[in-house]
Design a protein around this ligand. Sequence first.
Ligand SMILES: Nc1nc2c(ncn2[C@@H]2O[C@H](COP(=O)(O)OP(=O)(O)O)[C@@H](O)[C@H]2O)c(=O)[nH]1
Ligand SMILES: [Mg+2]
Length: 489
Amino acid sequence: MQFYRENYINALQTELLDMVEKHLTPVAARYGYSEVPLEATIKWRPLVLVLGNYSSGKSALINEFLGSDIQKTGQAPTDDSFTILTYDDNADPDSPVHVTEERDGNFILNDPVLPFESMKKHGQRFTSHFRLKKVNSPFLRELAIIDTPGMLDSVTERDRGYNYQDVIGDFAQIADLILVLFDPHKAGTIREVHTSLRETLPARTFEDRVLFVLNRIDECASLNDLLRVYGTLCWNLSQITGRKDIPMIHLTYSQQAGIDSRNRREQDLSYLQYLENQREELKMAVMEAPRHRLDHLAAFVETHSERLGQMLQALVNYRRKRSGFRMKNLFTGWVLSLACAGAAIGALLVSGILGGLDLVGLILAEGLLSSAFFLLWILSIWKMAVRRFHRRQLDQPESLISLKTQTQQDNWQAVQGKVFDFLEKSDGRFSSGIARKDYEAMLAIFQKGSREIREALNELATLRPGEPVTDPPGPFLASLEIEKKERRH
Ligand SMILES: Nc1nc2c(ncn2[C@@H]2O[C@H](COP(=O)(O)OP(=O)(O)O)[C@@H](O)[C@H]2O)c(=O)[nH]1
Ligand SMILES: [Mg+2]
């Protein structure tokens, strides 16, 4: 079969999902790392999340992409819902672009095909502000868009009845591409958006996954005004991100919305002609979402195999420490039992009670008595000591692992609670052999699998649409598969 860039992307995606499903999810389930299968949030179509203040023109820009007025727009906070816009495979692609089907929050949150089941936790008020629209726009063939209600000031924010920041954080985590929109009137108010993104996105994917857009640029009075606004935004961004280099900012506006609102003021809009191409560029960047999905998947495999690896390392260390403790304590018990039995027999001899016993009898008595003491030790002190050891580990789980690098510390933050829960629930009784094997598998995925995936992604970057490919990607971790099979036989 001839391979092209398009099916290379698909094949790579299938390989990666397979890897998560076969290798990561079973381990994640075994140790309570995740309640739902890990692939649940990443198996649907590539997702583009659109964020920004209210009336920064999110909905208008989306309408522009889709080629029709699908989303409501307006100056006041018009639309307070999260809306998934996705393609309708059954609709007639030649009919004018329109909404072919609408679904409510209850449906979306309960459909196992969709990646939103875990968002049920945000409650009924959120559910009633969540909807899905199927649209026959060709723009949506390879991706879905999430339109969001804008951020309001913090006072009004409290009346929503759900935690807006948390919802945004959850969407950001499953999104492959995030558009953050600003408009010239509010180029300074981006702290909240940034905070929730920083908190939820793994640091190394932040830069690749977020696109900054200065929208509604047709509302600047002149080129000077635009430059002033642009400068303000850059300054704010670098203040908040703490970086000296300014991220790329797309400058654009919605043509239709612009025409509708024009001629209210004196404006010199001659500068716009130089920026017309930016809309198309942004559109192309958004249409790269399937490639971002691959990066996202690669990062997903990397992050979760690394975290699971660390979790397992802590568990393996726990078992090692526990065995060491048990052995040491057992040995102490044995020595003490012998000593006690010896002392007791000595005392009895001195008092003349055991006077009639010969050497063999004495050895036998010592054996019997020390065994009794030892049994007593095992049943009482030893058990208690192991329980106390267990509690001590639970009190300071960080003693189970060495945290030298920042990455190790970040990962530990993410898994510490899970290690605690698992140890508490299992009471420390789990197979150390299986844990060690699982740890090695996670290490192999993190080190070898990630490298193989990166190589395939690099190869992809060199391909142009329509260009044939000599080798399909993968199979990744062939060695791990073979090892697994061998173990089964
Ligand atoms: N002049 C101009 N007006 C815009 C532009 N984009 C949006 N608008 C208008 O700004 C208002 C808010 O837009 P909307 O898309 O609803 O913002 P949202 O709250 O971010 O979804 C509407 O009245 C739009 O017509 C633009 O690029 N130029
Ligand atoms: Mg809107």
